[in-house]
Design a protein around this ligand. Structure first.
Ligand code: GDP
Length: 429
């Protein structure tokens, strides 16, 4: 528990209809008593006059709430003041709090940090809360809410407890081997369990990525010059983001445009046309196009089927259907016209269908790079443990796998380990 009591404006910048100031720490109740008189019942909103503790000047009238620890958001005594959201009201109340002994302004994220330190949330849930604050699209919000609500944490906990059970069983094997009584069947059963856990974690590595949700699914529009790439980008965006012109090779650099289509984030990337060129600037553009093709989640290919980038991520588009008709390129996945809008709805539908497989569904987990790196480490140790026959080495690898998982939640499972280990002993031993 922290000795400091912290306070901050927790709502948005004033002026606003309402401002919420939070106070957390051992002196939260004392502070409330000094500025609002008597303490209200826990978790019950009460109207109070808020006064300066020294001068007694009335600063505002508002609702106050107290949440006694440890059953509060931060795990400490927590107070909320719901005030009128004017600049001078907020400034006066913050100044009044500043004059109280033992209180100081909170650092960024400090309320959440205390929630973590007091065991109210784990690191993965804190990641989810941060994502939720910055969520701009509905799919980001859903994934962030699932993470903040502990959907992923519960899954990690179940892997942690299986790892602990395996480690405990392994310790038992090692104890027996000291006495020269190595049980042959037991380790093979264990190996199977290690393998199945490795499989589960490898599957989790394929969870959708938070970064993709945040930055959007990368859709690269590519093809030869003048195929209509910039026009297609503009059509999809509904505004003129890229310059289109009838002169080949206009888009010499890439244009990246984030767009949310029915709540799904996309990053549309218009590229330089792929063709052999002597122009240095254009050549650089062509080079970048090749790089962006390799990093694309989806490619809208406006060229010939013969030149189609070999990838299941590519969609073959026949552009300018208003000029050429559908007969000209019957093999295309879609025929579109950026001029008339023909085929654009179908293209959007196809983009959304492909995106659905890459993003998380309602309430499903998406993980960030930190989680992914930890899962990767864990799976690697488990695979090594799975293929090893050396009990000591396996034991050590299981420990490393557990350390990797602990990084996700920020909870070292030492206590759990002891409980698990000692729980297997008899009473009186
Ligand atoms: P890019 O070089 O592949 O980006 O091609 P642009 O989008 O700049 O288009 C090249 C030319 O084709 C421009 O003059 C566009 O107006 C024209 N264009 C693009 N799409 C269409 C279309 O669907 N129909 C018609 N009629 N013209 C188009």
């Amino acid at each position: 528990m922290s000795a400091d009591t912290i306070y901050a404006l927790s709502s948005g910048n004033p002026p606003a209809a309402i401002a919420v100031i939070r106070i957390s720490g051992p002196s939260a109740d004392a502070a409330l008593r000094q500025i609002a008189g008597s303490l209200p019942h826990p978790r019950l909103a009460s109207l109070r006059a808020i006064r300066h503790p020294e001068t007694g000047e009335l600063l505002d009238r508002g609702l106050v709430l107290r949440f006694p620890g440890p059953a509060s958001a931060t795990g400490e005594d927590l107070v909320e003041l719901h005030l009128h959201g004017g600049r001078s009201v907020v400034a006066a109340v913050l100044a009044a709090l500043h004059s109280l002994v033992g209180l100081r302004p909170a650092h960024p994220g400090e309320f959440t940090r205390r929630a973590f330190e007091n065991g109210r949330i784990d690191l993965a849930e804190a990641d989810g809360l941060a994502d939720l604050l910055f969520a701009e699209t509905q799919s980001q919000r859903r994934a962030a809410l699932a993470l903040a609500g502990g959907v992923f944490s519960r899954r990690v906990e179940s892997w942690q407890s299986e790892l602990l059970a395996l480690a405990a069983a392994m310790e038992a094997v090692l104890d027996f081997s000291d006495e020269g009584e190595v049980a042959d069947e037991f380790p093979s059963q264990l190996t199977e369990r290690v393998g199945s856990l490795a499989e589960q974690i490898e599957r989790a590595l394929r969870y959708p990525s938070v970064e993709r949700l945040r930055d959007g699914i990368r859709v690269v529009i590519a093809g030869p010059p003048n195929a209509g790439k910039s026009s297609l980008l503009n059509r999809l965006l509904g505004r003129r983001a890229a310059i289109t012109s009838p002169v080949a090779g206009t888009t010499r650099d890439m244009i990246e445009a984030p767009v949310s289509i029915v709540g799904v984030p996309f990053l549309l990337i218009d590229t330089a046309g792929l063709r052999a060129t002597d122009d240095l600037v254009e050549a650089e553009g062509v080079e970048r196009t090749r790089d962006s093709l390799s990093a694309a989640d989806l490619v809208l290919w406006l060229g010939d089927r013969a030149d189609l980038p070999k990838s299941e991520r590519a969609i073959l588009i026949a552009s300018k259907v208003d000029l050429c008709g559908t007969g000209a390129r019957p093999q295309a996945d879609l025929h579109v016209s950026s001029e008339t809008g023909e085929g654009i709805d179908e293209l959007i539908k196809l983009l959304l269908e492909r995106a659905a497989g890459m993003l998380s569904n309602d309430g499903e987990v998406a993980i960030n790079d930190r989680h992914r790196a930890a899962l990767f480490e864990c799976a690697r140790h488990l695979r090594n443990a799975w293929s090893s026959r050396d009990a000591l080495l396996i034991s050590e690898l299981l420990r490393s796998a557990r350390v990797a998982l602990d990084q996700i939640t920020g909870r070292a499972g030492v206590e759990d380990m002891l409980d698990q280990l000692f729980g297997r002993f008899c009473i009186g031993k």
